[in-house]
Write a protein that binds this ligand. Structure first.
Ligand code: AHM
Ligand code: MG
Length: 332
């Protein structure tokens, strides 16, 4: 008889990880469980997105007399409501909110700072392409009872955890707490994230794939243009670009490759946000053996000066990020 395989739910995995740290209070485990719950709620709505035309569009009332919301606004609220009351969080920051988010006085505050992009790549929703949630967790470093802007503006190197949820052909949660990268796939029949990708490592040798929006070629620096021309000509690279960072990074993590969102001559800061997108992905990739650079320095070394700061990014297999830096330097 075929032996029943060993099924590890995310709750069990988190508890077993927590036991490795005798001083752990359980707060971190609870925090990740809350994020996993939020992911399930967001995933449920994302999966229904195509039914919007049937059940009512954004701005209209649904059958219950409630206003339909845009999915990114909905996801933002779900993340906030999953975390605001827990007593685990000092403050929050969301890509959807201009200012950092205080925990209301009616709730106790905790030690963790959670920074998130509730629904990245949301322009892909209408065409049923994968999208994701990205999160980054720091410890509060100011001494007051509640978190401040300063607590949100910490370099990526200070992250205690980071992760993403990919709403793709299946829903996956991938996270690191600094001891490797672990991936869980949602089993919709039981509503549980199941450990499917323990100790993820980027493959060696990596797949030769670059991922960039090449339509911007003429806006790039000479160095960036030479890099991409080299990859596809002499380098023998293939190309894949979904235009949804979580999906592009997930593929890069599993297969290897080089994901780029470079600066443009007239837009040196690039597009992607340091705190919500670049730094958490950098932490995950590094923990899996990869790297993320701005082209001149480690993404995780940048000390943010504002919440919505943008950075150029070159992320993926170590040898390809190194090569990108070298080629960019030649033209600097
Ligand atoms: P968003 O935060 O407004 O959704 O934008 C971020 C997205 C990323 O998921 C993706 O990597 C990038 O924008 C794609 O940008 P472009 O369409 O310029 O290639
Ligand atoms: Mg985003």
């Amino acid at each position: 008889m075929k032996q029943e395989s060993h099924v590890v739910t995310i709750s069990r995995f988190l508890i077993e990880e927590e036991r490795k740290f005798p001083d752990a209070t359980g707060a971190f485990t609870n925090l990740l469980s809350d994020i996993a719950l939020a992911a399930k709620v967001i995933g449920r709505e994302v999966n229904k997105a195509g039914l919007v035309d049937i059940f009512g569009a954004v701005g209209e009332e649904n059958v219950h007399g409630e206003d339909q919301q845009k999915l990114d606004v909905f996801a933002n609220q779900v993340m906030y409501r999953a975390l605001d009351h827990t007593g685990l969080v000092a403050c929050l920051a969301s890509e959807e909110s201009e200012e950092f988010i205080r925990i209301p006085d009616k709730f106790p505050a905790g030690d963790y700072v959670v920074i998130y992009d509730p629904l990245d790549g949301s322009s892909n929703i209408d065409v049923n392409v994968s999208i994701g949630t990205i999160f980054s967790i720091h410890r509060k470093r100011t001494t007051g009872e509640r978190g401040t802007l300063e607590d949100c503006l910490q370099p990526g190197s200070e992250q205690v955890a980071a992760g993403y949820v990919l709403y793709g052909s299946s829903t996956m949660l991938v996270y690191t707490a600094g001891t490797g990268v672990h991936g869980f796939t949602l089993d919709p029949s039981i509503g549980e994230f199941i450990l499917s990708h323990p100790n993820m490592r980027m493959p060696e040798p990596p797949k030769k794939v670059y991922s960039v929006n090449e339509a911007y070629f003429t806006r790039w620096s000479r160095g960036q243009q030479r890099l991409v021309s080299h990859l596809k000509n002499e380098g023998g690279f293939g190309s894949r670009y979904i235009g949804s960072m979580v999906a592009d990074i997930h593929r890069t993590l599993l297969q290897g490759g080089l994901f780029m969102y470079p600066s443009e001559v007239a837009k040196p800061e690039g597009k992607l946000r340091l705190l919500y997108e670049a730094a958490p992905m950098a932490f995950i990739l590094e923990q899996a053996g990869g790297r993320a650079s701005t082209g001149t320095q480690e993404v995780r070394d940048i000390v943010p000066t504002s919440l919505h700061q943008r950075v150029p990014i070159y992320a993926g297999s170590r040898e390809f990020v190194d090569m990108a830096e070298e080629m960019l330097a030649q033209d600097a």
